[in-house]
Write a protein that binds this ligand. Structure first.
Ligand SMILES: [Zn+2]
Length: 445
């Protein structure tokens, strides 16, 4: 219901006042209560659709020039080429992939003899198969709700938690970071080994916000548990649930999901946004990224062209104590490790063993599959490749639920709030496992 109210007064929802009337009651819930409230929100009957917003939203999505298509592809090299042609690959089966492409990218498909197996307007695919914000998905945190929860955690745990921004987005939103450390607050340096948990590089992947955010709730609620206490005392933990808040808010701005992936920076020819996970300086805009500003996989006009990726870059470079990192995405149920931008293994064999051991450890706790990122396809400009190459951080991409595959494959960015409980609980265990290995990742092998 929080979402519904906010969506009905969307502009007002950006103000503190609209949020303040709703936030306290939910902010005070415990981890279990929160997950319970999320489940019951999911089971509640849909709220009535408000006619005016609905038609506005439908008009927006119906005008969207993108398509959901399925094309023949059976190798990682073919999949990489499709990314370069502007297709954002979302579902993979043995002989085909499905995903989103802008209609302006389609001439390249004909030129390169790509076999398009099926194609429908994105709006039609969306309305035929998926839940619409806000009714069933009110339990997901929007930007203000996320901020409210982080602020409440800081207020309830002033001795060990501090909230600060690592920078501002194109539209001026702060990129909030909750730090958990018993001896250093805010941006004060620490020599303790550091771990970073990030969500929502990609706007429409809302579940990737819930996992790090609720991990923060869980950690602070269990702060007196002996193991958790040890991490709070000996590690420097950073939680950044929404790296791309402009995109995430745009995705829900009309009351209907916009299937938005990128940032919201103005680009050539009236286009908006770059793919943040193609924008880091790791073989920037080579394999698996598009030069076309309309494409979902657009790498941006230059490496670090986006204020969001620059904020992460500066955050990492200022903290040589960082050892481990997870960037959460959806969907596929995979634990991915570098390289993402090259098919080869990373050259350091000891590090490769560490990556594999930690990925497999997290895979055991989640039921996901551990693999080298480029075994799916090559994608350059990825944050984890950059964090490892630049700073030696053991950085993982976790593709959360659902598993997906095939034309729709049961996979979606919008799986409803019903998946939050299990996904969060499983990933709390995986994140704890990573903390267990953060003081000295090389001891994992
Ligand atoms: Zn993603």
């Amino acid at each position: 219901m929080i979402r519904l109210l906010l969506s009905l007064t969307f502009l007002a929802s950006l103000s503190v006042n609209a949020f303040a009337s709703e936030a306290p009651e939910r902010s005070s819930l415990s981890f279990d209560q929160l997950l319970k409230s999320i489940s019951s929100a999911y089971e509640a009957p849909p709220a009535p659709v408000v006619e005016e917003r609905s038609s506005t939203a439908a008009r927006t999505l119906e005008n969207d020039p993108r398509l959901w298509i399925s094309v023949a592809a059976s190798t990682k090299e073919e999949r990489t080429r499709l990314l370069e042609m502007g297709l954002s690959i979302e579902a993979i089966s043995a002989n085909s992939v499905s995903g989103i492409v802008h209609r302006d990218s389609l001439p390249a498909f004909q030129t390169k003899s790509v076999s398009v197996l099926a194609s429908i307007p994105l709006a039609q695919f969306a309305s035929s198969s998926l839940k619409d914000f806000p009714t069933q998905d009110a339990a997901y945190h929007n930007y203000q709700e996320m901020y409210g929860r982080l602020k409440a955690l800081e207020s309830a745990n002033p001795d060990i938690a501090s909230l600060f921004s690592i920078g501002r987005t194109t539209e001026g939103r702060e990129i909030w970071t909750l730090r958990i450390n018993s001896s250093a607050k805010g941006t004060k340096p620490s020599s303790k080994p550091g771990a970073v948990f990030q969500g929502a590089h990609h706007a429409r992947e809302h579940l990737s916000v819930e996992v790090p955010l609720l991990f923060a709730v869980w950690l602070l609620e269990n702060r007196d548990n002996a193991e958790v206490r040890k991490y709070i005392d000996t590690l420097d933990i950073y939680i950044q649930p929404m790296i791309n808040p402009d995109g995430a808010e745009f995705d829900i701005s009309t009351g209907k999901y916009q299937w938005w992936r990128k940032t919201r920076s103005p680009q050539a020819s009236g286009n908006f946004g770059a793919d943040l996970n193609r924008n880091y300086d790791s073989w920037w805009c080579q394999a698996g990224a598009s030069n076309s500003p309309w494409a979902d996989t657009y790498c941006g006009p230059s490496a670090f062209s986006e204020p969001e990726s620059r904020a992460v870059r500066d955050f990492v470079k200022a903290r040589p104590n960082l050892k481990t990192m997870i960037s959460y995405h959806t969907y596929a149920e995979l634990i991915l490790y570098p390289w993402g931008g090259k098919y080869e293994d990373i050259p350091n064999q000891d590090d490769l063993r560490v990556f594999r051991t930690l990925a497999e450890g997290m895979a055991r706790l989640t039921g996901y599959t551990a693999q080298k990122s480029s075994d799916l396809y090559a994608a350059t400009g990825d944050s984890c490749d950059w964090a490892y190459a630049e700073a030696g951080i053991f950085a993982f991409t976790i593709e959360l639920s659902p598993a997906g595959g095939g034309w729709g494959g049961g996979g979606t960015f919008y799986p409803g709030a019903g998946v939050i409980d299990k996904t969060v609980r499983d990933n709390v265990q995986a994140a704890l496992y990573l903390l267990r290995n953060t003081s000295d990742p090389r001891r994992a092998i």
